[in-house]
Design a protein around this ligand. Structure first.
Ligand code: UTP
Length: 416
């Protein structure tokens, strides 16, 4: 440990972060080892560059933004739909589909105690978000006679709680051998002076590196290898908090195959030009998502001959990738975005501080930045009431109340 400790000290001196050793003497052996290994694994060059960026005004790049082609599920004829679904069903039956659920977020807005997936959304049947998602896989097993492997991405922080929950629930009778957990990467947080924050333990405070971390962690944790061994070709990747997420969708698969693309994304029509959502577009000829903060008013309001918004297809974190696309994307890290957030930390006197205002920079990658690494993708517009009921806030829009209503209404209709 001494050599490693020396090395870690040299690094922190070089990058003016010596304060991270402030509580070193009071740490136990495990915590000391953790701190050293954190220092040795952090990319301080990148961290320094990112901190520099927080002080600079963001350069406006002159990107070429164009609309992207999309298909509206509603407008597909019965005949075409059946034929495309047949193609998708064949793939599913051949065991070529896997599902990934991203459940590594902190769920700060919901404020539920525990991982968001453990939140009981269906209060009639006492079903958590995880169980609701699992129900769709169980239904697919019944419909197509195959067990779709389910990979769940957690953060380091909520890994144990997530696995314990599945244990307690007996893996919802989907079979423990069919559900896999892996941890996403982390990245340190910085204060406004560019100093690393410490957590309660006295080691470096790190946070999950955003849903864009899914590609890298699929590769690093051997998930890709496992999928390759199972001869998986299509991977649905979605969030844990959309209780209407359609992880098994033959039409979606059939359409991606027909279009000969390596990725597909579902969209919803924007409620109004002002709605604060990112929309699908082409950026410099590649598929992309433009955020509402980046789009001009003129573009947001632009309509085509049919009166539809030209940039009106919002990204809802329901995407599917061919395994080749994951290999391609996961090779290189996605860019970090900077957010200024509230973060608890241990101060120089060893007291925990709970700030009332944002005090720290958090660095996150976004899944949709991966689209630009692909030549093309399929965009399928779906209906909100059939596929999108997110649980984000404790009350108001996108809350358990709104999601629950949509969930019950959808299932009532399904049962009829
Ligand atoms: P959100 O961006 O809505 O974040 O995540 P969140 O963590 O759920 O909630 P807030 O912002 O703290 O209130 C969308 C989806 O991406 C996952 C989340 O678990 C959710 O399913 N996610 C997000 C990750 O898996 N890892 C991350 O680092 C961030």
């Amino acid at each position: 440990m001494n050599d490693l400790l020396m090395k870690a000290k040299q690094i922190t001196e070089k990058y003016h972060q010596e304060h991270v050793f402030r509580f070193f003497d009071s740490l136990n052996v495990e915590e000391k080892e953790k701190l050293i290994s954190q220092i040795l694994s952090i990319d301080f060059e990148e961290l320094t560059n990112l901190y520099e960026k927080t002080k600079m005004k963001e350069e406006k790049k002159e990107d070429r933004i164009e609309p992207i082609l999309y298909r509206d599920k509603e407008k597909i004829s019965d005949e075409e739909r059946k034929q495309l679904e047949k193609v998708g069903i064949e793939e599913i039956k051949a065991g070529k589909l896997a599902a990934v659920t991203m459940a590594g977020g902190q769920g700060t807005r919901l404020g539920h105690h525990g991982p968001k997936g453990t939140f009981i959304l269906d209060t009639i049947h006492q079903k958590s978000l995880f169980e609701i998602l699992c129900d769709t896989l169980k239904k697919a097993k019944k419909d197509y006679g195959v067990v779709i492997p389910w990979y769940i991405m957690t953060s380091k922080e909520n890994y144990a709680d997530t696995v314990n929950f599945f244990e307690k629930e007996n893996y919802f009778n989907y079979g423990r051998e069919n559900i896999f957990f892996f941890k996403q990467g982390e990245f340190p947080m910085l204060d406004t002076n560019g100093k690393l924050l410490l957590n309660e333990e006295g080691t470096i405070k790190e946070a999950a590196d955003g849903h864009g971390g899914v590609f890298e962690s699929i590769i690093k944790n051997g998930v890709l290898q496992d999928m390759q061994q199972r001869k998986i070709e299509w991977i649905f990747i979605g969030g844990v908090d959309n209780c209407l997420v359609k992880m098994v969708d033959p039409l979606f698969i059939g359409m991606a195959i027909q279009k000969k693309v390596l990725a597909a994304g579902k969209s919803l029509i924007k409620a109004s030009p002002e709605e604060k959502v990112g929309v699908f577009c082409k950026k410099n000829g590649k598929p992309s998502v433009i955020e509402y903060t980046e789009i001009t008013k003129e573009m947001a309001e632009m309509r085509n001959k049919e009166g539809e918004l030209v940039y009106g297809e919002s990204h809802i974190l329901c995407n599917m990738f061919h395994i080749k696309a994951i290999e391609q994307i996961g090779d290189n890290k996605l860019p970090y975005h900077i957010a200024f957030k509230k973060a608890n930390y241990k101060d120089e006197n060893g007291n925990m501080v709970e700030p009332k205002e944002p005090n720290a920079y958090k660095f996150e990658t976004f899944l949709f930045d991966a689209f630009e690494r692909l030549d093309d993708m399929l965009i399928l517009r779906v209906k909100r009431e059939e596929e999108f009921a997110p649980v984000k806030n404790a009350s108001g829009v996108d809350s358990p109340e709104t999601a629950r209503k949509l969930y019950y209404a959808f299932h009532e209709k399904e049962e009829k």
